[in-house]
Unconditional design. Structure first.
Length: 266
């Protein structure tokens, strides 16, 4: 995501397999703050900052906007598609404090609730039955029951239950990822102080380990691995079974290095 000239924001799309790249120009001229791809890769959702920001959904191949969702007041901190592709979650800035669930194809807000802490990350469970938000002293599990409706019959209740953080209560949780495949009952979080945490489906902190770095910023989870991005430029790999450390990725090469001329395996 790039901020262009005169406040015009551009989403750059790259597909190395097809040697293809494209651009999506945000006609609202508001800064793009976050994005997420749909599970099938056909759509991308973007969030904005500024007064009355929108969540916009774009057709990747056509590079055209197909949906505009507007309920936040100040800015959108993070967005995520559900694995079944039906819903989009959007979380507002800390002055907005709203968690919204959208049926994006119908452009309908189906559920909403407030949060009391700054949220910076969100992840859906593998079966789309719940999602988890993470942020400043905050890990919370949210459950949506579309069969129930509120008094105005327009939205379903959004029930949120905090994770049991034990002695990690005062941490900043910088990223969250729900488990995949045989580990779908687990949720993984990384703290800015470089602690990798594993939660059970019952929201209980099952285990945590300290990374060999001073800070961590992000993580990505597959069925077999947990990848943790660290501030020193390394990626550390762990097992989702027991959080055992497996191996590190090397630091990226410095700028202007001709990697074709490198012969030292280190």
């Amino acid at each position: 995501v790039l901020n262009g000239m005169f406040g015009l924001c551009v989403v750059v799309l790259l597909n190395p397999r097809k040697n293809h790249q494209g651009y999506i120009f945000n006609s609202s001229r508001k800064a793009v703050t976050t994005l997420a791809f749909s599970p099938d890769g056909k759509y991308v959702a973007t969030g904005e900052s500024g007064h009355m920001p929108a969540v916009r959904v774009w057709d990747v191949s056509e590079r055209l906007q197909v949906s505009e969702l507007q309920e936040h007041k100040y800015g959108v901190a993070c967005v995520a598609f559900s694995p079944n592709g039906k819903y989009i979650i959007s979380v507002g800035y800390e002055h907005d404090m709203m968690v919204n669930v959208w049926n994006w194809k119908k452009k309908q807000l189906v559920a909403a609730n407030k949060v009391s802490n700054k949220v910076t990350a969100v992840s859906f469970s593998d079966d789309s039955s719940y999602f988890v938000t993470a942020g400043n002293r905050h890990v919370k599990f949210w459950y949506l029951d579309p069969n129930k409706t509120s008094k105005d019959q327009s939205t379903a209740p959004l029930e949120g239950r905090p994770a049991r953080l034990k002695n990690l209560m005062n941490n900043f949780f910088s990223d969250v990822a729900c488990g995949r495949g045989q580990h779908s009952s687990s949720t993984f979080c990384i703290t800015s102080s470089a602690r990798l945490c594993k939660f059970t489906r019952d929201r209980l902190l099952d285990k945590w380990v300290k990374l060999q770095t001073s800070q961590a910023t992000c993580l990505s989870v597959t069925e077999d691995f947990i990848f943790c991005g660290c501030s020193d430029g390394t990626v550390q790999v762990f097992s989702p079974v027991n959080l055992n450390f497996l191996y590190p990725f090397p630091r990226p090469h410095s700028l202007r290095t001709d990697i074709a001329q490198m012969t030292d395996l280190r």
